[in-house]
Design a protein around this ligand. Structure first.
Ligand code: AHR
Length: 569
């Protein structure tokens, strides 16, 4: 069955302007093509925020200890205790922002436990019921960010620490050290917390501007109602100095997946009081869990074809999640005052979350393998963020290493990149580029498990079954290079397990002069990288025909992610 998008495309191409007709023929609906993509460079969406390719590490299982932190005395190559392979991989994907220390961990964490001499730091039982000896703390995290050259994003404790501690954490991070000229009648004096930070090794302020005010306050972060959280948010953020000319970017706890009621009520409660000027972003957590069909809660490695289509369909709901929360914010007067910028969406936890069974070892809680299926979900998700570049400002995959939807797996001296890492790298040309509208026309895929029970747990989609019936037969996004208006990047996911899609690619109002393709594809959708076979799945250059008549005919292999660099004449 052909999708309604085809009908839309036919209408929209017929309605296209005469200018387009004069400059370049519209899609010819070539008889050789199974699918069509039409890119509209004049229909700009927004600049794609580089921060949508951001990351997240939490004190959980083997994420921090062993994944990121191996210690200075380790034989594993490290930079001041931080795993070198982790730093190198994060640099290779130009990680823009790293979120820490949680997750649920954040709301029972006291940053003061993780500063000062390491041998004096207390060991504590963490949220995840694990012993944490606090060897990796604030300064180690900041050194990690400096080594990667990314920005820190701190999730602050709102459940078990008072607002004053939050205020002082900001002060510890951002107040300048040394004598501070007084702007009052009081004599100049050094700031006590900045002095402490300097004594702990960092004279220069950390200048943390991105702050999550609690985490999942509807759940592990306090079981609050939106109204209760709104009051807390105000108390924590109302008069916090930023120690900079630019205001801090405060991110409010947003919904559990598709819970639009949370967003609506939170915004109503925030708007009921004029003191909301610090709200910069609304966090969304949306994880994808497949239907619990053959394998309870879904398995990372053992899945059927039906499970595959089901997971990708549910993952594609991210688009609905983004749209629905955006609408809810707008309806709740998101931009009520002209002088207040629109609050953006911060999808600071996303990924495919499977049941237990593929952990590196029992103590690596929530670590899971990552297959080609996860690579496809990564492409689908990043394409959604790119298509909604006007709404999504930051997104953090959960989590970078040894966890749910990881780019890396590490156990002691063993290390591998996952297929998801490769997709992040393939999508680099979109960073900071101008997102433009593109229409994809291909036969839809019906989700064979659309009527299966809704997965329990995670922050999954719990809405209408209607939305999980159909998976787009081909999806993707397009952008114009920020430095070269004649260079377009098109990323495309073909989710079908057996059907290659020969696709006609056309640019409205322009001609394709040449194209370069990179593809991530494997023989079997279950393929993944292991410590023994770290290169089992990796991208390769793909052949693509020379454009004819300004259009490109390209075949997207089954179960593949492709980046096409399109040079316009
Ligand atoms: O990423 C794992 C957990 O998932 C996080 O700690 C929490 O925020 C979410 O529920």
């Amino acid at each position: 069955m052909k999708s309604t998008r085809r009908a839309f495309l036919q209408t929209s191409t017929l309605a296209a302007s005469a200018i387009a007709l004069r400059t370049t023929p519209l899609l010819s609906q070539s008889t050789h093509a199974d699918a069509h993509i039409e890119i509209m460079p004049a229909e700009t969406i927004a600049t794609i925020s580089p921060e949508i390719y951001s990351h997240f590490i939490e004190h959980l299982g083997g994420v921090i200890y062993d994944g990121v932190w191996v210690g200075e005395k380790s034989k594993i190559p490290n930079q001041g205790g931080i795993r070198t392979a982790f730093i190198d991989a994060m640099k290779a994907v130009k990680a823009p922002v790293l979120r820490w220390p949680g997750g649920c961990f954040a709301d029972s964490y006291d940053y003061r436990d993780g500063i000062g001499p390491r041998d004096k730091r207390p060991a504590r039982t963490s949220f995840w019921d694990q012993q944490d000896n606090n060897q990796y703390g604030l300064h180690e995290f900041m050194r990690t960010c400096r080594a990667i050259d990314c920005k820190p994003y701190l999730a602050a404790n709102l459940r078990t620490m008072p607002a004053r501690d939050f205020y002082q954490e900001v002060e510890y991070c951002n107040a300048p050290a040394g004598m501070v000229p007084s702007n009052s009648a009081a004599p100049a004096a050094p700031n006590a917390l900045a002095t402490q930070r300097a004594a702990n090794g960092d004279t220069a302020p950390f200048n943390v501007d991105l702050w999550g005010v609690g985490n999942e306050s509807w759940g592990c972060g306090g079981n609050l109602t939106p109204e209760e959280y709104a009051a807390e948010f105000r108390r924590y953020t109302a008069w916090t100095p930023s120690y900079s000319k630019t205001p801090l970017r405060f991110v409010a706890v947003g919904p559990n997946g598709d819970d639009v009621d949370w967003t609506t009520r939170l915004f109503q409660a925030l708007h009921a009081n004029p003191e909301r000027r610090h709200l910069w972003g609304l966090s969304i957590h949306y994880y994808t869990s497949g239907s619990p069909s053959k394998f309870a809660a879904g398995d990372a490695l053992k899945f059927s074809n039906d499970d595959h289509y089901d997971l990708l369909t549910r993952g594609s709901i991210m688009e609905k999640v983004v749209n629905d929360h955006w609408k809810a914010m707008a309806n709740s007067a998101n931009s009520a005052k002209a002088d207040q910028p629109k609050v953006k969406l911060v999808v600071d936890e996303w990924g495919a979350w499977y049941g237990k069974g593929t952990e590196l070892a029992p103590q690596y809680n929530l670590s899971q393998q990552s297959t080609m299926r996860d690579a496809l979900l990564t492409g689908i998700t990043l394409d959604i963020f790119q298509r909604h570049a006007d709404k999504v400002a930051v997104a953090n995959v959960a989590q970078s290493i040894n966890c749910i939807h990881s780019l890396m797996l590490a156990q002691e001296d063993k290390f591998t990149l996952t297929p998801t890492f490769h997709v992040f790298q393939m999508y680099l040309p979109h960073r900071g580029a101008q997102a433009v509208r593109a229409e994809f026309t291909a036969p839809d895929i019906q989700n064979p498990l659309a009527n299966a029970p809704i997965p329990v747990g995670g922050n999954s989609y719990t809405g209408s079954l209607e939305a999980v019936k159909t998976l787009a037969g081909l999806s993707g996004s397009a952008s114009i290079s920020p430095t070269n208006p004649k260079l377009l990047t098109l990323t495309v996911v073909n989710p079908h397990l057996t059907r290659p899609l020969t696709t006609e690619v056309a640019i409205r109002g322009a001609s394709i002069a040449s194209a370069k393709a990179t593809v991530l594809v494997s023989h079997d959708i279950h393929d993944h990288n292991t410590f023994a076979t770290p290169n089992a799945v990796k991208p390769a250059a793909a052949t693509t025909a020379s454009p004819t008549g300004g259009k490109l005919m390209h075949t997207f292999p089954p179960a593949s992610v492709t980046t096409l660099e399109l040079h316009l004449s």
